[in-house]
Design a protein around this ligand. Structure first.
Ligand SMILES: [Zn+2]
Length: 488
């Protein structure tokens, strides 16, 4: 295996990766705020970091992979104002905030399982780590880098700036931030000393459901402090890799660095990895544009931008066909392209066993292996690795047509590359997925056959079709308009 190199946002360059403890890696990835169903915006990060984790494991590292669940403290405004996202959803659905959290944590994990993303080693919840967050806030107060006001605690960015550098990750300059925030300050954020100070703890009004006792009165933690407190608890004060989307780079990750530096005298992570965003038909995903697509809709096609569903393996392949630091534009046409390409690969893999080995190979499989390995080790270049699998597919097809020769060792090598890299590291399945329109067509055939059997008074057959489908969880429903079906 080649030595691993990755782009470190902290230093804005590609660096050699070395772990703090030999053969062990601690990774922290910012997880979802669980107040709604998982959507397209949720899929890229988990898939990218899953491949990275699998690559590390393949290279012999023991990986502790921590991905949190944000179930408190993330406010509607994404900053220090507005209602808690979960509490708002709980009010809308008329259920408990923790029911909201459980419902959408389950939904998120369902989507991750479908996408073949390995479950985290630890999946800590913000609400389960209030004590750790309070302790960390206290350390920041003790360092004179936070202040209390009206039962809330804010991080004092200007005091921090005297000895440290706020903006080390994002490259933002505090003076510019101050200038940029002047107008917001006028909008009633006067409780803070400066508009760019951020909440570590927020005072809760009596009607706020999720609140806890603290040295500063009843309240709830700010959004940024949870990741700092939980990563320190499970990975130590300094760990190897912190990852997340580019949208979290500022302020979330910048604030994490400031908090950890204030409390623990350490930037928490040596390498900061950020994946780029997914756009939809060239546009940003936004509620106002009504272009968000739930993961379930991606699978079943129930969305105005889709004419049918696509399988999770196709979606995973689509994500990995782009480098994680490039933007990825989603469209039905692009997904169809991925589906076709993937099918072409998988069909060629299937032919591998029917190739009769020749004495000598006349193609260079080792070069392909080296290229795949080099691509993945070079800042996780999955598109180049995938391109090499198309090269393999070409060799297989040529060998089938007797236009290329492969010996036993090379056939084994190809098979091994598929198992170790394609399935093991890229996490792709080798079975071609039936997509929902094929299922629709098959069901139409069965429904027609049953109706013909009924017309012929062959009730034994028509009942058998209904009953045997029922055994598979498919229910037929007859009405005046004809027969429809549903899968339970
Ligand atoms: Zn986070």
């Amino acid at each position: 295996m080649k030595d691993l190199r990755l782009y470190n946002t902290l230093n804005r360059r590609i660096e050699d990766f070395t772990s703090i403890v030999p053969q062990k890696v601690g990774m922290y990835i910012c997880g979802p705020t669980v107040y709604g169903p998982p959507h397209l915006g949720h899929v890229r990060g988990p898939i990218v970091f899953d491949v990275f984790r699998r690559l590390l494991m393949q290279q012999g590292y023991q990986v502790r992979f921590v991905r949190n669940i944000t179930d408190v403290g993330h406010l509607v405004g994404d900053a220090d104002e507005g209602e808690d996202k979960l509490q708002k959803q709980a009010r809308l659905e008329q259920i408990e905030p923790m029911e909201v959290a459980q419902t959408y944590t389950d939904a998120y994990n369902w989507a991750m399982d479908a996408l073949n993303v390995l479950r985290p080693s630890i999946e800590p919840k913000a609400s389960g780590h209030i004590i750790e967050q309070i302790e960390m806030i206290q350390s920041i107060i003790d360092a004179n880098l936070a202040y209390q006001v009206n039962g809330s605690v804010y991080f004092d960015v200007e005091a921090y700036q005297k000895e440290h550098h706020y903006g080390t990750l994002s490259g933002r300059v505090l003076d510019d931030l101050i200038a940029g925030s002047a107008s917001r300050e006028l909008e009633g954020q006067s409780e803070k000393r400066s508009a760019h100070d951020f909440a570590l703890w927020k005072h809760a009004l009596p009607e706020h459901i999720m609140q806890w006792s603290s040295p500063w009165g009843k309240g709830f933690p700010g959004w940024h402090i949870e990741c700092s407190a939980m990563s320190a608890k499970y990975l130590g004060l300094e760990f190897d890799i912190h990852g997340g989307g580019m949208d979290l780079l500022f302020p979330h990750h910048e604030c994490e660095i400031a908090q950890s530096t204030a409390a623990h005298k350490h930037n928490p992570a040596r390498y900061w990895m950020h994946h780029n965003m997914i756009t939809i038909n060239g546009q940003k995903m936004a509620k106002s544009l009504n272009n968000g697509i739930q993961v379930s809709a991606l699978f079943n096609g129930d969305h105005h931008l889709l004419s049918r569903g696509f399988g999770p393996n196709t979606l995973r392949f689509f994500v990995l066909q782009a480098h994680y630091r490039s933007t990825l534009d989603f469209s039905e046409v692009a997904l169809e392209g991925s589906e076709k390409g993937l099918k072409r690969l998988l069909e060629s893999f299937k032919k591998l066993e029917s190739i009769v080995p020749e004495k000598e190979s006349n193609v260079d499989i080792e070069a392909v292996e080296k290229a795949i390995d080099a691509a993945l080790s070079d800042d996780l270049n999955t598109p180049i690795a995938i391109a090499q699998f198309f090269e393999l597919a070409k060799f297989i097809n040529l060998a089938i047509d007797k236009k290329a020769a492969l010996n036993v060792q090379d056939l084994e090598k190809i098979s091994n590359l598929i198992t170790v890299y394609f399935q093991g590291i890229l996490g792709l399945q080798t079975e071609v997925e039936a997509h929902s329109d094929i299922l629709d067509e098959v069901m139409d055939i069965l429904i027609t056959l049953r109706s013909e059997a009924k017309t012929d008074k062959n009730y034994a057959l028509s009942d058998a079709i209904r009953n045997r489908l029922k055994e598979k969880g498919v229910e037929l429903m007859d009405s005046k308009e004809g027969t429809t079906w549903k899968h339970n």
